[in-house]
Design a protein around this ligand. Structure first.
Ligand code: C2O
Ligand code: CU
Length: 472
């Protein structure tokens, strides 16, 4: 077995990375499909708000089997939210009440998790707090939008399968008091990849040895459910704001805008303290970015592309993929209003009152690779208990030879010294990352929350734990 050999290799200390060791025995990534035409648009569907009260966003959401064309003229059977992939974008303002009437028309149970949104624990869509909604069942999600930012929603039951089949959508929460960002357009880019049969266009749901180990990767990169290679006509100088979500099961997107410029405004937890030029942007599964992009010269082209990223010593490299292209017309450049110097005040987190160590690991059990936290696989991972209001240092130790994107539900953390609130962060292979977690009190903070690797095959394969927040 390849997996046994590579495990033996990893246990034996492997190699220090990048030199052909680690998971180098795995089959290579599948070759990508690159459609030859540039086509499509970045328009996304938005939920219809059924409530006339401007402070309430009330929507209906149905998960059901459906059909899409990932390859033009070829049908893929998927699972969809309101009939498409991705699901509609949920747009609200800070302070709004959000009500989602959810219907499960799938042939199996599901839930919805509002990734990054600080909802009450019993609205978080995890099996720690609710029974999955059975096939044919309904559920009403209700929560208040507390934070501005870019978030997303997806199932938290068999997520490796359900998300891969197409169940995901984006969430944009705006704060009307935020500093104005001069931009001609604001677009959401939900990135995913799917494995399709190049002949039939059907989804290939085989889980091979590589997928079991590394998480499933596709051969077709999607932006808002469309095949990549979208072209957008722009004018030189004009600024567009992009909210980018990585909804892929396991693909890391290391983004660069070749021929243009990109400035990061925010991430998982909303705006940064100040705009930050971004030559490249690593977006791990579950992570988001809020950026502005532009192209300086008339009649020039800039391409957003995912460049090679190595996420598992010798076996993680993905080939570069073009995602979106900006095409500037011949008109003279425009000069938009400058970006604000500061975006918001981010006070330093309080002094931690305690610390924990969370070790990410892997091991063979029988013939299967399982993924562990503190040496146990979910649901046997030792429970973490704390109290609302606690600030803690979480030291995440990656004891494996591949990167893992760490995600905590319901609360934001800062990587020590970063000054940025996040809910998903890469923990590189063989590395340790210290986080300051703020279990800030709020209505519904008490309860059980999940933390896990956002490579969904790893989460479902055991790399998931529960933190119980007790009311003081
Ligand atoms: Cu987006 Cu528990 O995850
Ligand atoms: Cu992982």
């Amino acid at each position: 077995m390849h997996i046994k050999r590579l495990l033996a290799f990893a246990l034996a200390g492997g190699c220090g990375g990048g030199h052909g060791g680690g998971h180098g025995n795995l089959p290579p990534a599948v070759p990508m499909i690159t459609p030859d035409a540039w086509s499509g648009s970045l328009d996304t569907r938005v939920f219809t708000d059924e409530n006339a009260d401007p402070a309430i966003v009330e929507v209906s959401l149905t998960a059901a089997p459906g059909q899409v064309e990932y390859l033009p003229g070829k049908t893929a059977q998927v699972w969809s939210y309101n009939g498409g992939v991705p699901g509609p974008t949920l747009v609200a303002n800070v302070g709004d009440e959000i009500i989602v009437h959810f219907t499960n028309d799938l042939p199996e149970p599901t839930t919805i998790h509002w990734h990054g949104v600080r909802v009450p624990a019993d609205m978080d869509g995890t099996t720690a707090m609710m029974n999955p909604i059975p096939a044919g069942g309904t559920f009403e999600y209700r929560f208040r939008a507390l934070d501005a930012g870019t978030f997303w929603y997806h199932p938290h039951v068999r997520s490796d399968v359900q998300v891969e089949k197409g169940l995901y959508g984006s969430i944009v929460i705006r704060d009307p008091l935020e500093p104005a960002i001069a931009a001609v357009a604001e677009e959401v880019l939900v990135l995913d990849d799917v494995l399709v049969d190049p002949e039939t266009g059907a989804l290939d749901e085989t889980v091979g040895e590589r997928a079991e180990m590394m998480g499933r990767e596709g051969n077709l990169v999607l932006v808002n459910g469309l095949r990549s290679n979208l072209g957008i006509d722009v004018r030189a100088g004009e600024r567009r704001r992009w909210r980018i979500v990585n909804a892929a099961n396991s693909r890391y997107f290391k983004l660069i805008l070749a021929g243009g410029s990109m400035t990061r405004l925010g991430g998982d937890g909303g705006l940064l303290a100040a705009p930050a030029p971004a030559a490249e942007l690593l977006l791990v599964p579950g992570e988001r970015a809020d950026v502005v992009v532009s192209i300086a010269d008339p009649s020039a082209t800039a391409t957003l592309l995912a460049t090679t990223y190595e996420r598992a010593g010798g076996a993680g490299a993905t080939e570069p993929v073009d995602i979106v292209r900006l095409v500037a017309g011949p008109d003279a450049p425009v000069t938009p209003d400058p970006l604000p110097d500061t975006l918001r005040d981010i006070p330093a987190p309080g002094a931690p009152s305690g610390s924990r160590t969370v070790r990410l690991g892997e091991r063979m059990e029988g013939d299967r690779m399982i993924f562990t936290i503190n040496d146990a696989a979910f649901p046997d991972v030792p429970l973490i208990e704390t109290a609302t209001g606690a600030v803690e240092t979480w030291t995440i130790v990656n004891e494996t030879m591949m990167d893992h994107p760490f995600h905590l539900h319901g609360f934001f953390f800062q990587e020590e010294g970063s000054g940025e609130w996040k809910d998903t962060i890469n923990i590189p292979a063989d590395a340790t990352v210290a986080l300051t977690v703020d279990f800030a009190s709020r209505a519904g903070a008490a309860g059980s929350w999940m933390y896990h690797c956002h490579i969904l095959e790893h989460a479902e394969g055991g790399m998931m734990g529960e933190v119980r927040i007790n009311a003081p």
